[in-house]
Write a protein that binds this ligand. Structure first.
Ligand code: NAD
Ligand code: IPM
Ligand code: MN
Length: 367
Protein backbone atom coordinates (compact mmCIF):
# COMPACT_ATOMS: atom_id res chain seq x y z
CA UNK A 1 0.00 0.00 0.00
CA UNK A 2 1.42 3.41 -0.90
CA UNK A 3 1.52 6.02 1.86
CA UNK A 4 -1.49 8.33 1.97
CA UNK A 5 -0.82 11.55 0.10
CA UNK A 6 -1.03 15.06 1.51
CA UNK A 7 -0.80 18.27 -0.48
CA UNK A 8 0.33 21.20 1.65
CA UNK A 9 -0.54 24.71 0.52
CA UNK A 10 0.92 27.14 3.09
CA UNK A 11 -0.33 30.27 1.31
CA UNK A 12 0.28 33.78 2.58
CA UNK A 13 1.00 35.80 5.72
CA UNK A 14 1.04 33.59 8.80
CA UNK A 15 0.02 30.58 6.64
CA UNK A 16 3.61 29.40 6.09
CA UNK A 17 4.50 30.17 9.72
CA UNK A 18 1.78 27.97 11.22
CA UNK A 19 2.25 25.29 8.55
CA UNK A 20 5.93 24.92 9.47
CA UNK A 21 4.76 23.78 12.92
CA UNK A 22 2.32 21.30 11.38
CA UNK A 23 5.21 19.83 9.35
CA UNK A 24 6.93 19.02 12.67
CA UNK A 25 3.79 17.22 13.85
CA UNK A 26 3.49 15.27 10.58
CA UNK A 27 7.15 14.24 10.90
CA UNK A 28 6.54 13.20 14.50
CA UNK A 29 3.72 10.83 13.51
CA UNK A 30 5.94 9.38 10.75
CA UNK A 31 8.86 8.78 13.11
CA UNK A 32 6.92 7.61 16.17
CA UNK A 33 3.60 6.13 15.07
CA UNK A 34 4.48 4.58 11.70
CA UNK A 35 2.10 7.02 10.02
CA UNK A 36 3.98 8.08 6.93
CA UNK A 37 2.55 10.47 4.39
CA UNK A 38 3.68 11.35 0.89
CA UNK A 39 3.83 15.08 1.38
CA UNK A 40 4.07 17.55 -1.48
CA UNK A 41 3.94 21.30 -1.23
CA UNK A 42 2.66 23.94 -3.64
CA UNK A 43 1.50 27.54 -3.90
CA UNK A 44 -1.90 29.10 -3.34
CA UNK A 45 -3.19 32.65 -2.95
CA UNK A 46 -0.88 35.63 -3.24
CA UNK A 47 2.14 33.30 -3.18
CA UNK A 48 0.81 31.60 -6.35
CA UNK A 49 -0.07 34.94 -7.94
CA UNK A 50 3.50 36.19 -7.44
CA UNK A 51 4.89 33.21 -9.35
CA UNK A 52 2.16 32.23 -11.82
CA UNK A 53 0.05 35.38 -12.13
CA UNK A 54 -3.00 33.46 -10.86
CA UNK A 55 -4.02 32.56 -7.28
CA UNK A 56 -4.15 28.84 -8.10
CA UNK A 57 -2.33 27.22 -11.04
CA UNK A 58 -4.20 24.54 -13.01
CA UNK A 59 -1.48 22.01 -12.13
CA UNK A 60 -2.01 22.70 -8.42
CA UNK A 61 -5.76 22.30 -8.85
CA UNK A 62 -5.17 18.95 -10.59
CA UNK A 63 -2.87 17.79 -7.77
CA UNK A 64 -5.48 18.75 -5.17
CA UNK A 65 -8.01 16.54 -6.97
CA UNK A 66 -5.68 13.54 -6.79
CA UNK A 67 -4.35 13.54 -3.24
CA UNK A 68 -5.99 11.96 -0.20
CA UNK A 69 -6.16 15.32 1.58
CA UNK A 70 -5.14 18.95 1.18
CA UNK A 71 -3.84 21.03 4.10
CA UNK A 72 -4.04 24.78 3.62
CA UNK A 73 -2.58 27.61 5.73
CA UNK A 74 -4.24 30.91 4.81
CA UNK A 75 -4.49 33.25 1.84
CA UNK A 76 -4.70 36.98 1.30
CA UNK A 77 -2.99 40.18 2.29
CA UNK A 78 -2.99 43.94 1.72
CA UNK A 79 -0.46 43.62 -1.11
CA UNK A 80 -3.18 42.01 -3.22
CA UNK A 81 -6.09 44.25 -2.27
CA UNK A 82 -6.16 46.16 -5.55
CA UNK A 83 -5.97 43.15 -7.86
CA UNK A 84 -8.78 42.39 -10.25
CA UNK A 85 -11.40 40.38 -8.41
CA UNK A 86 -10.70 37.22 -10.40
CA UNK A 87 -7.03 37.30 -9.38
CA UNK A 88 -7.43 37.89 -5.67
CA UNK A 89 -5.76 35.31 -3.38
CA UNK A 90 -9.16 34.37 -1.93
CA UNK A 91 -10.26 33.18 -5.38
CA UNK A 92 -7.63 30.43 -5.19
CA UNK A 93 -9.22 29.02 -2.06
CA UNK A 94 -12.74 29.39 -3.45
CA UNK A 95 -11.72 27.54 -6.60
CA UNK A 96 -10.38 24.65 -4.53
CA UNK A 97 -13.61 24.45 -2.55
CA UNK A 98 -15.81 24.67 -5.65
CA UNK A 99 -13.93 22.33 -7.98
CA UNK A 100 -13.33 19.73 -5.27
CA UNK A 101 -17.05 20.13 -4.46
CA UNK A 102 -16.36 20.41 -0.72
CA UNK A 103 -19.93 21.09 0.30
CA UNK A 104 -19.70 20.32 4.02
CA UNK A 105 -17.46 22.56 6.11
CA UNK A 106 -17.05 21.36 9.68
CA UNK A 107 -16.05 24.12 12.08
CA UNK A 108 -15.86 22.83 15.65
CA UNK A 109 -15.64 25.31 18.50
CA UNK A 110 -14.37 23.75 21.66
CA UNK A 111 -13.36 25.63 24.76
CA UNK A 112 -10.39 23.96 26.41
CA UNK A 113 -10.61 24.20 30.22
CA UNK A 114 -7.30 26.01 30.39
CA UNK A 115 -8.66 28.77 28.17
CA UNK A 116 -12.06 29.31 29.74
CA UNK A 117 -10.75 32.57 31.21
CA UNK A 118 -9.59 33.90 27.83
CA UNK A 119 -12.90 34.18 26.11
CA UNK A 120 -14.37 37.64 26.02
CA UNK A 121 -17.41 36.01 27.65
CA UNK A 122 -17.80 34.96 31.26
CA UNK A 123 -16.10 31.70 32.17
CA UNK A 124 -19.27 29.79 33.09
CA UNK A 125 -20.84 30.69 29.72
CA UNK A 126 -18.05 28.97 27.77
CA UNK A 127 -16.43 26.38 30.09
CA UNK A 128 -16.89 22.91 28.62
CA UNK A 129 -18.28 24.25 25.36
CA UNK A 130 -18.18 21.78 22.45
CA UNK A 131 -20.23 22.71 19.41
CA UNK A 132 -19.93 21.99 15.71
CA UNK A 133 -20.94 24.39 12.97
CA UNK A 134 -21.64 22.77 9.61
CA UNK A 135 -21.32 25.45 6.93
CA UNK A 136 -22.50 24.78 3.37
CA UNK A 137 -19.41 25.69 1.35
CA UNK A 138 -19.94 25.45 -2.40
CA UNK A 139 -23.03 27.49 -3.10
CA UNK A 140 -25.18 30.33 -1.83
CA UNK A 141 -24.29 33.97 -2.25
CA UNK A 142 -20.58 33.15 -2.64
CA UNK A 143 -21.21 31.55 -6.02
CA UNK A 144 -24.72 32.47 -7.21
CA UNK A 145 -25.29 34.17 -10.57
CA UNK A 146 -25.82 36.91 -11.58
CA UNK A 147 -22.93 38.58 -9.85
CA UNK A 148 -20.77 41.55 -10.62
CA UNK A 149 -20.68 45.33 -10.74
CA UNK A 150 -22.85 46.71 -13.54
CA UNK A 151 -23.79 50.08 -14.96
CA UNK A 152 -27.40 50.95 -14.28
CA UNK A 153 -28.52 54.33 -15.55
CA UNK A 154 -26.03 56.86 -14.31
CA UNK A 155 -24.64 54.79 -11.46
CA UNK A 156 -23.23 51.34 -10.80
CA UNK A 157 -24.88 48.46 -9.02
CA UNK A 158 -23.10 45.62 -7.16
CA UNK A 159 -24.90 42.28 -7.38
CA UNK A 160 -24.54 38.95 -5.65
CA UNK A 161 -27.18 36.28 -5.67
CA UNK A 162 -28.18 33.88 -2.92
CA UNK A 163 -29.14 30.68 -4.72
CA UNK A 164 -29.68 27.20 -3.31
CA UNK A 165 -31.02 24.11 -5.02
CA UNK A 166 -32.85 21.47 -2.99
CA UNK A 167 -30.08 18.95 -3.57
CA UNK A 168 -27.44 21.39 -2.33
CA UNK A 169 -29.38 21.97 0.85
CA UNK A 170 -30.11 18.29 1.24
CA UNK A 171 -26.51 17.08 1.10
CA UNK A 172 -25.31 19.71 3.56
CA UNK A 173 -28.20 18.90 5.89
CA UNK A 174 -27.57 15.17 5.65
CA UNK A 175 -23.92 15.61 6.63
CA UNK A 176 -25.02 17.67 9.64
CA UNK A 177 -27.59 15.06 10.73
CA UNK A 178 -24.95 12.31 10.39
CA UNK A 179 -22.63 14.30 12.65
CA UNK A 180 -25.39 14.98 15.14
CA UNK A 181 -26.06 11.23 15.32
CA UNK A 182 -22.45 10.71 16.42
CA UNK A 183 -22.66 13.56 18.96
CA UNK A 184 -25.49 14.67 21.24
CA UNK A 185 -28.27 14.28 18.65
CA UNK A 186 -29.26 17.92 18.60
CA UNK A 187 -29.27 19.97 15.40
CA UNK A 188 -30.17 23.63 15.01
CA UNK A 189 -30.62 24.93 11.46
CA UNK A 190 -30.10 28.66 10.89
CA UNK A 191 -31.39 30.79 7.99
CA UNK A 192 -33.59 33.82 7.51
CA UNK A 193 -36.80 32.22 6.31
CA UNK A 194 -38.59 35.34 7.50
CA UNK A 195 -37.06 37.47 4.73
CA UNK A 196 -35.41 35.15 2.18
CA UNK A 197 -37.07 32.59 -0.09
CA UNK A 198 -33.85 30.60 -0.12
CA UNK A 199 -34.29 30.42 3.66
CA UNK A 200 -37.85 29.13 3.28
CA UNK A 201 -36.61 26.35 1.00
CA UNK A 202 -33.66 25.68 3.34
CA UNK A 203 -36.00 25.18 6.31
CA UNK A 204 -38.35 22.96 4.31
CA UNK A 205 -35.59 20.69 2.98
CA UNK A 206 -33.81 20.39 6.35
CA UNK A 207 -37.13 19.43 7.95
CA UNK A 208 -37.70 16.80 5.27
CA UNK A 209 -34.21 15.32 5.68
CA UNK A 210 -34.84 15.27 9.43
CA UNK A 211 -37.56 12.64 8.90
CA UNK A 212 -34.73 10.19 8.17
CA UNK A 213 -33.16 11.01 11.54
CA UNK A 214 -36.02 10.74 14.06
CA UNK A 215 -33.55 10.45 16.95
CA UNK A 216 -32.12 13.89 16.25
CA UNK A 217 -33.87 16.78 17.94
CA UNK A 218 -34.16 19.39 15.18
CA UNK A 219 -34.78 23.07 15.78
CA UNK A 220 -34.77 26.15 13.53
CA UNK A 221 -33.58 29.63 14.29
CA UNK A 222 -33.27 32.86 12.35
CA UNK A 223 -29.56 33.44 11.86
CA UNK A 224 -29.55 36.87 13.51
CA UNK A 225 -31.08 35.39 16.64
CA UNK A 226 -28.61 32.51 16.25
CA UNK A 227 -25.71 34.96 16.44
CA UNK A 228 -27.16 36.46 19.60
CA UNK A 229 -27.82 33.03 21.15
CA UNK A 230 -24.26 31.92 20.35
CA UNK A 231 -22.99 34.73 22.52
CA UNK A 232 -25.74 34.56 25.16
CA UNK A 233 -25.81 30.82 25.86
CA UNK A 234 -23.62 28.87 23.41
CA UNK A 235 -23.89 25.59 25.32
CA UNK A 236 -27.53 25.23 24.23
CA UNK A 237 -26.14 24.07 20.84
CA UNK A 238 -24.66 20.77 19.71
CA UNK A 239 -24.56 20.89 15.90
CA UNK A 240 -25.54 23.97 13.88
CA UNK A 241 -26.15 23.76 10.13
CA UNK A 242 -26.28 26.89 8.03
CA UNK A 243 -25.51 28.39 4.64
CA UNK A 244 -22.21 29.61 3.23
CA UNK A 245 -22.33 33.28 4.31
CA UNK A 246 -24.08 32.85 7.66
CA UNK A 247 -21.66 29.99 8.40
CA UNK A 248 -18.67 32.20 7.67
CA UNK A 249 -19.86 34.85 10.10
CA UNK A 250 -21.20 32.57 12.81
CA UNK A 251 -17.98 30.54 12.89
CA UNK A 252 -15.80 33.62 13.46
CA UNK A 253 -18.22 34.55 16.21
CA UNK A 254 -17.91 31.06 17.71
CA UNK A 255 -14.13 31.41 17.59
CA UNK A 256 -14.17 33.99 20.35
CA UNK A 257 -16.00 31.53 22.58
CA UNK A 258 -12.85 29.40 22.52
CA UNK A 259 -10.50 32.24 23.44
CA UNK A 260 -8.98 33.06 20.06
CA UNK A 261 -9.48 32.76 16.33
CA UNK A 262 -6.05 31.12 16.42
CA UNK A 263 -7.64 28.03 18.00
CA UNK A 264 -10.28 27.08 15.43
CA UNK A 265 -9.65 24.27 12.92
CA UNK A 266 -11.87 23.20 10.05
CA UNK A 267 -12.49 20.31 7.67
CA UNK A 268 -14.10 20.81 4.27
CA UNK A 269 -15.48 17.53 3.02
CA UNK A 270 -16.97 16.41 -0.28
CA UNK A 271 -18.29 13.20 -1.75
CA UNK A 272 -16.46 9.91 -1.16
CA UNK A 273 -13.56 9.14 -3.53
CA UNK A 274 -12.85 5.70 -5.02
CA UNK A 275 -11.13 4.68 -1.76
CA UNK A 276 -14.29 5.49 0.18
CA UNK A 277 -12.79 8.52 1.92
CA UNK A 278 -14.26 11.95 1.33
CA UNK A 279 -12.52 14.52 -0.80
CA UNK A 280 -11.07 16.79 1.81
CA UNK A 281 -9.31 20.03 2.57
CA UNK A 282 -8.28 21.03 6.08
CA UNK A 283 -7.53 24.59 7.10
CA UNK A 284 -7.65 26.87 10.10
CA UNK A 285 -10.67 29.18 10.23
CA UNK A 286 -8.44 32.23 10.57
CA UNK A 287 -6.87 34.18 7.74
CA UNK A 288 -3.37 35.36 6.89
CA UNK A 289 -3.33 37.87 9.80
CA UNK A 290 -1.27 40.57 8.05
CA UNK A 291 -1.08 42.55 11.30
CA UNK A 292 1.16 39.91 12.92
CA UNK A 293 2.68 38.13 9.89
CA UNK A 294 6.45 37.72 9.95
CA UNK A 295 6.72 38.36 13.68
CA UNK A 296 6.64 34.78 14.98
CA UNK A 297 3.53 35.59 17.02
CA UNK A 298 0.89 33.48 15.27
CA UNK A 299 -0.82 30.72 17.18
CA UNK A 300 -0.28 27.48 15.21
CA UNK A 301 -2.91 25.51 17.16
CA UNK A 302 -5.78 26.05 14.69
CA UNK A 303 -3.62 24.62 11.91
CA UNK A 304 -2.31 21.79 14.13
CA UNK A 305 -5.88 20.87 15.12
CA UNK A 306 -6.83 20.95 11.42
CA UNK A 307 -4.28 18.19 10.89
CA UNK A 308 -5.90 16.30 13.79
CA UNK A 309 -9.18 16.57 11.87
CA UNK A 310 -7.40 15.15 8.80
CA UNK A 311 -6.21 12.18 10.90
CA UNK A 312 -9.80 11.60 11.99
CA UNK A 313 -11.82 12.25 8.82
CA UNK A 314 -9.41 11.30 6.02
CA UNK A 315 -7.10 8.68 7.50
CA UNK A 316 -9.23 6.68 9.98
CA UNK A 317 -6.80 7.55 12.76
CA UNK A 318 -9.25 8.65 15.42
CA UNK A 319 -7.01 7.46 18.26
CA UNK A 320 -4.03 9.41 16.90
CA UNK A 321 -6.24 12.48 16.43
CA UNK A 322 -7.23 12.12 20.09
CA UNK A 323 -3.53 11.89 20.98
CA UNK A 324 -2.76 15.12 19.14
CA UNK A 325 -5.73 16.95 20.64
CA UNK A 326 -4.73 15.75 24.11
CA UNK A 327 -1.18 17.02 23.49
CA UNK A 328 -2.56 20.47 22.63
CA UNK A 329 -4.74 20.38 25.72
CA UNK A 330 -1.75 19.48 27.91
CA UNK A 331 0.35 22.32 26.52
CA UNK A 332 -2.44 24.77 27.27
CA UNK A 333 -2.96 23.30 30.74
CA UNK A 334 0.78 23.79 31.35
CA UNK A 335 0.26 27.51 30.75
CA UNK A 336 2.04 27.78 27.39
CA UNK A 337 0.49 30.73 25.55
CA UNK A 338 1.00 32.53 22.28
CA UNK A 339 0.33 36.27 22.41
CA UNK A 340 -3.31 35.98 21.27
CA UNK A 341 -4.07 33.96 24.43
CA UNK A 342 -2.68 36.36 26.97
CA UNK A 343 -4.81 37.57 29.80
CA UNK A 344 -3.04 36.40 32.90
CA UNK A 345 -0.63 38.75 34.62
CA UNK A 346 3.04 37.92 34.39
CA UNK A 347 2.80 35.34 31.61
CA UNK A 348 5.35 35.75 28.83
CA UNK A 349 4.06 34.66 25.42
CA UNK A 350 5.87 31.97 23.46
CA UNK A 351 6.57 32.22 19.73
CA UNK A 352 4.87 30.22 16.98
CA UNK A 353 7.89 27.88 16.86
CA UNK A 354 7.99 27.41 20.62
CA UNK A 355 4.30 26.51 20.65
CA UNK A 356 4.90 23.90 17.92
CA UNK A 357 7.86 22.51 19.88
CA UNK A 358 5.76 22.34 23.04
CA UNK A 359 3.11 20.27 21.23
CA UNK A 360 5.82 17.93 19.91
CA UNK A 361 7.20 17.56 23.44
CA UNK A 362 3.71 16.74 24.72
CA UNK A 363 3.38 14.13 21.95
CA UNK A 364 6.71 12.63 23.08
CA UNK A 365 5.37 12.47 26.62
CA UNK A 366 2.26 10.65 25.38
CA UNK A 367 4.24 7.58 24.29
P1 NAD B 1 -7.64 37.17 10.01
O1 NAD B 1 -8.27 35.90 10.46
O2 NAD B 1 -6.45 37.04 9.16
O3 NAD B 1 -7.26 38.04 11.30
C1 NAD B 1 -8.22 38.57 12.23
C2 NAD B 1 -7.53 38.89 13.55
O4 NAD B 1 -7.21 37.65 14.24
C3 NAD B 1 -6.19 39.62 13.40
O5 NAD B 1 -6.04 40.53 14.44
C4 NAD B 1 -5.17 38.51 13.52
O6 NAD B 1 -3.91 38.94 14.01
C5 NAD B 1 -5.83 37.55 14.49
N1 NAD B 1 -5.42 36.16 14.20
C6 NAD B 1 -5.85 35.40 13.18
N2 NAD B 1 -5.26 34.21 13.22
C7 NAD B 1 -4.41 34.22 14.25
C8 NAD B 1 -3.49 33.26 14.80
N3 NAD B 1 -3.33 32.05 14.26
N4 NAD B 1 -2.78 33.62 15.88
C9 NAD B 1 -2.94 34.82 16.45
N5 NAD B 1 -3.79 35.76 16.00
C10 NAD B 1 -4.52 35.46 14.90
O7 NAD B 1 -8.78 38.01 9.28
P2 NAD B 1 -8.68 39.40 8.46
O8 NAD B 1 -7.67 40.27 9.10
O9 NAD B 1 -10.06 39.83 8.30
O10 NAD B 1 -8.17 38.98 7.03
C11 NAD B 1 -6.82 39.05 6.60
C12 NAD B 1 -6.66 38.37 5.25
O11 NAD B 1 -6.90 36.97 5.39
C13 NAD B 1 -7.66 38.86 4.20
O12 NAD B 1 -6.99 38.93 2.97
C14 NAD B 1 -8.74 37.79 4.19
O13 NAD B 1 -9.42 37.69 2.98
C15 NAD B 1 -7.91 36.56 4.46
N6 NAD B 1 -8.64 35.44 5.05
C16 NAD B 1 -8.28 34.22 4.61
C17 NAD B 1 -8.86 33.09 5.16
C18 NAD B 1 -8.42 31.76 4.69
O14 NAD B 1 -7.40 31.66 4.04
N7 NAD B 1 -9.14 30.70 4.97
C19 NAD B 1 -9.78 33.23 6.22
C20 NAD B 1 -10.11 34.51 6.66
C21 NAD B 1 -9.52 35.62 6.07
C1 IPM C 1 -13.01 31.61 5.61
C2 IPM C 1 -12.62 32.87 4.87
C3 IPM C 1 -12.97 32.73 3.39
C4 IPM C 1 -14.48 32.73 3.27
C5 IPM C 1 -12.36 33.75 2.43
C6 IPM C 1 -10.90 33.95 2.63
C7 IPM C 1 -12.63 33.32 1.02
O1 IPM C 1 -13.18 34.00 5.46
O2 IPM C 1 -12.58 30.53 5.21
O3 IPM C 1 -13.70 31.71 6.62
O4 IPM C 1 -15.11 33.79 3.24
O5 IPM C 1 -15.03 31.63 3.20
MN1 MN D 1 -14.20 33.56 7.35
Amino acid sequence: MPNPSLLILPGDGIGPEVMAEVRKIIDWFGANRGLKFDVSEDLVGGAAYDVHGVPLADETMAKAQEVDAVLLGAVGGPKYDDLDFSLKPERGLLRLRKEMDLFSNLRPAQCFDALADFSSLKKDVVAGLDIMIVRELTSGVYFGEPRGIFEEGNERVGINTQRYTESEIERAARSAFELAMRRNKKLCSMEKANVMESGVLWREVVTRVGKDYPEVELSHMYADNGAMQLVRAPKQFDVIVTDNLFGDILSDCAAMLTGSLGMLPSASLGAPMANGRPKALYEPVHGSAPDIAGQGKANPIACILSFAMALRYSFDQGAEADRLEAAVEKVLADGVRTADLLGEEGVTPVSTTQMGDAVVAALDASL
